[in-house]
Design a protein around this ligand. Sequence first.
Ligand code: AMP
Ligand code: MG
Length: 402
Amino acid sequence: MIEVEEAARIIASTVLELPTIHVPLEKSLGRVLRQVVVADADFPPFNRVMMDGIAIRHKDFERGIRDFQILGIQAAGASQKELKGQGSCLEVMTGSIAPAGADAVVPYEEIVIDGKNKIAAVRTDDVRPGKHIHDKGSDKKAGDLLVQAGKLIGAPEIAVAASVGLIALKVTGNPSIAIVSTGEELVDIHEQPQAHQIRRSNVYALAAELKRFGIESAHYHLDDDKKNLTQKLEGILYAHDVIITSGGVSRGKFDFLPEAFEDLGVKKSFHRVKQKPGKPFWFGTKAPGKVVFAFPGNPVSTFLCFHKYFVPWLRKTLGMDRTSHVRAVLGADFEIKTGLTYFLQVKTHINENGQIVAKPNTGKGSGDHANLLSGDAFLELPGNTRVFKRGDVFNLISFRNS
Ligand code: AMP
Ligand code: MG
């Protein structure tokens, strides 16, 4: 049996090499960029009008001219017009190119227009060169590096890539992931369980979590028959890079997974971690590039192990920024009986000092997954202490917004 930190360290050392793929820009959200994004032109690409109003020569204003002759309209999307003659102006719209010769914009709010005589009377003293004009190249220059490779793609990255005309991006390809449930007592969700059966839920929970990473997983169910299970697992191992199983790793008479994996050449890295829930967790690898996370079947155990171990591993494998360690304040005194690291189910809120406070939301144990409905995180209470005080601070593993 190993410590939680040791288990996490071993898992972190097994990240996979993933391929580079092209995805359409619209499908790139949440992916990790494997190319640079460079400005194809200046940002903005022309002197851009920032307010609806009139464009003038500042020099005219300085000379004391307040009534400007309106020559016409410079609309957004129209090619550049020109100011002609002293005291002339053009009406301009936000997003239009500044007319040639104009170097200041006076918003409609600060002028009065005499439509009949086509005069715009300026009613402000605050007119300066460049006012309300977004200068060409003032944000970025053509050729500037805009986004580094390795960046997690969010809406700002998509907007910038769109601006430079990238219709597809090179990103990290997803690993192929199988989620496997085990247990003779489990039936699928469309079936009516008999008195001794339950519907399987773990596969659906984990598949939903993977979708948050944009990953579609393959799903399998294995009965607790060693020969049959080993045979099916062989095919699953062949077909996928990552296998997540639930159940079948405890000390029960029908918990065959560890043996089956070893028979199939998956090398055990560890079996059993000093933690509750999730103690029977088994982890192993098979060269080249196969990783097996065998979580115990109780739904809360599976769920906790997934968030504690699998999510950081996946983030690292995908090349996302490091998982940040969120800390939270224990919201009530709490005592544990075991000497194991205890992942306390909690419900969090932000207090008046802006700290995350985690209130115990214990439930009836690792089989009580309905209790997860009223919580949003686990608080990691170290096994070397038994009594935890309100106000003490611990690692938080959030499952609502990670
Ligand atoms: P095991 O780890 O196989 O001993 O299973 C522990 C408990 O978790 C048993 O009560 C199982 O019925 C339950 N369990 C195992 N897999 C699932 C699953 N996919 N969905 C819901 N419950 C499960
Ligand atoms: Mg079982």
